[in-house]
Design a binder for this molecule. Structure first.
Ligand code: FCB
Length: 451
């Protein structure tokens, strides 16, 4: 029996990476440090003292990597541009050699028939801009728009643009909880950083629109928040957690307002924002990228600041090496939730994947990773169900194309479809990568039979 293909023709089948996580050579050819270079070079902040100095050496091996993408049949690839490669000071003079790297990458992708999706900011703010206040300085929106113009003019082969990756993680990890660059722990800074990220997104959209016609989007990480019980306390905690992680970023860009719960979450640290800013934040754009990894079952917990809510670990469920619950129906839930709340916005799953432990080197049988394969299979099926339910889903990008530098975890967490041996930098497609290749080849039909 053959069933109708779940995925329409032209659906993008991709994988994603980001600059600092894979490129290496962060200071080569005139590039200057980013906040992540500084963070990783501060002893004690990243597991095992790992840094992005070499990472996957993609900066020098990108042709080999594009050939591997082609071998796996990827039809799209999401990468990010390192701001401090292109503009070492963050503003001002352009580093032609840095820009050239991305030009060559985009050309190689085009030649291989792979659609390039470029993210302009995936966490590696130029250190020179951090010295000027970084995301706390209101001028950052203009700096970002100027940088956007430089990149867009140079890379006309990019088919889809994303402004920011996961503003929530930047503000929560970078300004409040401190585990990510630039490592601040300040309740009062977090909402200002979040607001300036969204202002930068909006100014970036305007810059892109004034330069050309490629669709432009925003990438957010979303997590369905599910109450642990029907108690009024747990229900209120769930609403706060949802407002903090999900609606803090989507309500302003689609509805022009912040969720009411944020006043309660931040207390006196919640500022009054100028009304004109909220008009700016609502600047129309073309698609939303959704990064989905897990859900969160939430209970009221006054000791957890600032949301006064904590996650209830689902004992008995499979968890990844990140201790994230594997919960594929959550992808369907979140895609249909976005569509119900904000309208039928064109969506891409811009990241989805799992860290499970693989050996450091591939043996004669390659890398057999049934847990990652199962994760992909179940999430791709959930994506298919979302399509069937009327979600305007246009593509799926697995995180990640390669094993890479997983931020504060260093190289200890492997998310790749392709294994990287960090001693030799040898690449080996994993069984999950081969599985995904077959899904792509059959336009999703092989998912029906896949166990
Ligand atoms: C996301 C990031 C990505 C990667 C995955 C595991 O939050 O966007 O760079 O670290 O998580």
């Amino acid at each position: 029996m053959t069933s109708a293909p779940l995925f329409p023709k032209g659906f993008l089948w991709g994988a994603a990476t980001s600059a600092y996580q894979i490129e290496g050579s962060p200071l080569a050819d005139g590039a200057a440090p980013s906040v992540w270079h500084r963070f990783a070079h501060t002893p004690g902040l990243v597991a095992n003292g790992d840094t992005g100095d070499v990472a996957c050496d993609h900066y020098r091996r990108f042709r080999e990597d594009v050939a591997l993408m082609k071998e796996l049949g990827l039809t799209a690839y999401r990468f990010s541009v390192s701001w401090s490669r292109v503009l070492p000071e963050g503003t001002g003079p352009v580093n032609a050699k840095g820009l050239d790297f991305y030009r060559r990458l985009v050309d190689a992708l085009r030649e291989a028939g792979i659609v390039p999706l470029a993210t302009l900011f995936h966490w590696d703010l130029p250190a020179a801009l951090d010295d000027r206040g970084g995301w706390l300085n209101r001028d950052v929106a203009r700096w970002f728009a100027d940088y956007t113009r430089v990149v867009v003019r140079a890379l006309d082969g990019v088919a889809l643009w994303a402004t920011l990756n996961e503003p929530w993680v930047v503000t929560h990890g970078g300004y409040l909880q401190g585990g990510l660059a630039p490592g601040h722990r300040n309740l009062f800074e977090a909402p200002l950083a979040a607001h300036n990220l969204l202002r930068a997104h909006a100014e970036g959209v305007r810059a892109l629109k004034s330069e050309g016609t490629s669709p432009v989007g925003l990438v957010v990480n979303l997590e369905p928040k599910v109450p642990a019980s029907r108690s009024p306390e747990d229900l209120a905690a769930t609403a706060r957690a949802d407002a903090y992680m999900n609606r803090q970023f989507l309500d302003p860009v689609f509805l022009g307002r912040y969720p009411d719960e944020l006043r309660d979450v931040f207390g006196e640290a919640w500022p009054e924002f100028p009304a004109a800013d909220l008009d700016l934040l609502r600047t129309p754009f073309d698609f939303l990228g959704v990064n989905y990894y897990s859900r969160s079952v939430v209970r009221d917990d006054p000791s957890e600041r600032p949301v006064r809510a904590s996650r209830v670990r689902q004992e008995g469920a499979l968890h990844t090496e990140m201790d994230w619950e594997v919960y594929a129906p959550g992808l369907f839930d979140i895609l249909t939730w976005v569509t119900a709340r904000y309208g039928r916005v064109p969506l891409y799953v811009t990241e989805n994947g799992a860290a499970f432990s693989d050996p450091p080197s591939a043996g004669p049988d390659g890398i057999l990773d049934p847990l990652r394969t199962g994760y992909l299979r179940d999430h791709l099926r959930a994506a298919g169900r979302a399509l069937a339910a009327g979600v305007d889903l246009r593509g799926y990008f697995a995180w990640s194309f390669l094993d890479n530098f997983e931020w504060s975890h260093g190289f200890s967490k492997r998310f790749g479809l392709v294994h990287v041996d960090y001693a030799t930098l040898r690449r080996t497609p994993k069984a999950s990568g081969r599985f995904y290749a077959e899904v792509i080849r059959t336009g999703g039909a092989s998912l029906d039979a896949a166990g």
